[in-house]
Design a protein around this ligand. Structure first.
Ligand SMILES: [Mn+2]
Length: 336
């Protein structure tokens, strides 16, 4: 905790001494998931508690699980109206201002100061941006730690706040399966076993028919490569690409690469999901590949994603991913 306080002194300074009438906007990514909505809600409440009077949120779209969370706990957000011009923007669970939802992008980029709080490694360098991007289980965990570090433990005892932050941590860590160094300590600040079960129930959802079909189709299209004892599974699918990648890992692949051709409004691109159980840095690979192209890429060490324009040669990209991967795996494979 001392480490993060040192690194983010500018953020701490704003929280402690910033003008209480600053026009603040909280923004998260499109299709806001449980972690995103939980972070937004808890941080909104935290800022209000600190005495900030103008705290608004912008949510473009919400995932099915996040909707369930909002309904269960009756969460309300103070939504920013058209004419609201923010001075200070907080990006939560989103690490790149340029990837803010279209409807708010201009206001985000025009803000005097942008604070990023996210558990994905940062991909941009911008002058007015302060980044708190750490390899944590979730943004909810980072926010738990900030609230605690600033001495507002009592907020973590608040039933709603502790429940939603717990849900954010559990959702992104897949029920504490993928945790970072302090996750269990931070989670214990929030939760008790009975809450754990309630949240588990909220997060458990039935797979839709379309998702099941996408999974089965992609399995039939999967090709398998081997580097020594390491199995790399490569597949293609139109949607549910993250779910496909998780399924491939669950069923024996050490690395999953899933390619999904996408069309969003007039934009056509490929989204490529990378997942692994091994100790390689996929975020770095994703970033390396897209920094040479006009794409975006990043994420976590073991779960990353990249988006590349539709006109690139996808075979070429795949080869590049595999060659970077095999370079990294050379060292790893000895340890296996
Ligand atoms: Mn997240």
């Amino acid at each position: 905790m001392i480490v993060i306080m040192y690194e983010i002194h500018e953020l701490i300074e704003f929280l402690l001494k910033g003008k209480r009438n600053s026009k603040i906007l909280l923004v998260t990514h499109d299709n806001a998931d449980v972690d995103a909505c939980a972070s937004l809600y808890a941080f909104q409440e935290f800022l209000k508690k600190l005495g900030f009077r103008e705290v608004k949120s912008y949510i473009s779209s919400i995932s099915a699980e996040a909707k369930a969370l909002i309904k269960e706990f009756n969460l309300s957000f103070d939504v920013a109206q058209e004419g609201y011009i923010p001075e200070i923007v907080f990006l939560l669970d989103l690490n790149n201002p340029k990837r803010a939802p279209k409807g708010i992008l201009k206001k985000v980029l025009n803000a005097k100061k942008i604070f990023i709080i996210d558990h994905h490694m940062p991909t941009v360098q911008m002058k007015n941006v302060v980044k708190l991007c750490k390899e944590y289980s979730s943004t909810s965990e980072l926010i738990t730690e900030i609230i605690y570090a600033l001495g507002h433990e009592e907020l973590l005892y608040d039933k709603k706040i502790s429940m939603v932050l717990s849900a954010g941590i559990l959702a992104d860590s897949v029920m504490l399966k993928y945790i970072s160094k302090h996750t269990l300590i931070n989670y214990s600040l929030l939760s008790n076993p009975s809450k754990h079960r309630t949240i588990q129930r909220i997060l458990a959802r039935k797979r839709e028919l379309s998702e099941k079909i996408a999974l089965l189709k992609s399995l039939s299209r999967t090709s398998i490569l081997r580097i020594n004892d390491i199995i790399i599974a490569i597949s293609q699918v139109g949607s549910f690409e993250s779910s496909v990648a998780t399924t491939l890992l669950k069923n024996g692949a050490d690395v999953a690469i899933v390619i999904a051709p996408k069309r969003e409004k007039s934009r056509k691109f490929y989204r490529i999901i990378l997942r692994t159980k091994l100790d390689v840095n996929l975020a770095e690979i994703a970033h390396k590949i897209t920094s040479e192209l006009s794409g975006t890429g990043g994420g976590h060490k073991k779960a990353a994603a990249l988006e590349v324009p539709f006109d690139v040669d996808i075979e070429f990209i795949l080869k590049k991913i595999l060659s970077l991967l095999s370079n990294e795996l050379k060292d790893t494979s000895i340890k296996l």
